[in-house]
Design a protein around this ligand. Structure first.
Ligand SMILES: C[S@@+](CC[C@H](N)C(=O)[O-])C[C@H]1O[C@@H](n2cnc3c(N)ncnc32)[C@H](O)[C@@H]1O
Length: 267
């Protein structure tokens, strides 16, 4: 007998390897299932459970089909979503590098940005999905996005970025691996403190297609099997002690003369 396919219960992901077999949870859909590049909604659900309280002010600067807005509605969070290619009325038109929000106003920021030119989103000249990782334009734009997230996020709050590396293997183009995840993590570390790095299993249909798999084997490259999820914390700015010119960001700077030697007790 054919049983109807049931999605597993939503639950907190307990390890740094996140996996859920569906793009959506429950009987509803979150965001638009036909929007290429939509974020699996259980990721946002998990982040909100761990890092926000009910009624928290959540911001998504690249809101796409509105997945973040729908998960916030389900979980009683207040959300604002921005995009330069808004897909529905509750998404506001704005460039993620210049958001119409006050400093220190968001309780949580989630962002799933374009992964350089991986997908075509729109022909809006402000679209970050048109910028090349090879020339560095993409990273310069993302530095501005990260600075903007830092500006709007309240101190002692969290943000998360969902992103993938990219491998160009099209005929005619030179083959190139772009370690977008590592590059963006390095940039996120400047204003934020890393909380954790999650590896999210991708269930993209193309990963199952025989011709994609064959092409990867014959061409000796890999299909993207996971995305990164970087979880970062915005620390409270350290108070400036009297007589000191610089605040002591003790955890950030390597100690002069190398690490302190461990005291060992010998009996
Ligand atoms: C990976 S998609 C986001 C998917 C979304 N989380 C969802 O679930 O539907 C990336 C989005 O970034 C948007 N985008 C590109 N450049 C932007 C910019 N400068 N400012 C704001 N959004 C931008 C694209 O239009 C696209 O919708």
């Amino acid at each position: 007998m054919n049983r109807p396919h049931r999605k597993p219960m939503l639950r907190l992901q307990p390890t740094t390897l996140w996996d859920y077999p569906s793009q959506h949870y429950g009987d509803d859909v979150q965001g638009d299932p036909n929007y290429r590049g939509a974020t699996p909604s259980y990721i946002i659900w998990n982040l909100l459970q761990r890092y926000t309280e009910p009624r928290a002010a959540v911001v998504d600067p690249c809101c796409g089909s509105g997945t973040t807005l729908d998960v916030c509605r389900d979980t009683d969070r207040r959300a604002r979503g921005f995009d330069i290619n808004p897909q529905r009325e509750d998404i506001e038109y704005a460039d993620a590098r210049k958001l119409p929000l006050r400093n220190n106003s968001a309780d949580f920021v989630f962002i799933d940005p374009p992964y350089s030119t991986h997908l075509e989103y729109s022909d809006d000249p402000a679209c970050i999905g048109q910028l090349s990782a090879i020339s560095g334009e993409y990273y310069r734009a993302m530095e501005k996005v990260i600075a903007e997230i830092n500006r709007i996020l309240k101190p002692r709050r969290y943000m998360a970025m969902y992103v993938s590396d990219s491998y160009e293997h099209n005929r005619g183009k030179q083959r190139a691996f772009h370690p977008i995840g590592f590059e963006l993590f390095q940039r996120l570390r400047k204003p934020f403190v890393p909380v954790d790095v999650i590896s999210v299993v991708r269930h993209n249909k193309t990963l199952e297609l025989g011709n994609y798999r064959r092409s990867a084997e014959e061409g000796n490259y890999y299909l993207r099997g996971f995305n990164y999820l970087f979880i970062m914390y915005k620390a409270a700015s350290a108070p400036k002690p009297r007589g000191e010119k610089k605040p002591p960001h003790a955890n950030r700077q390597p100690r002069k003369g190398g690490p302190r030697k461990k005291r060992t007790h010998r009996n």
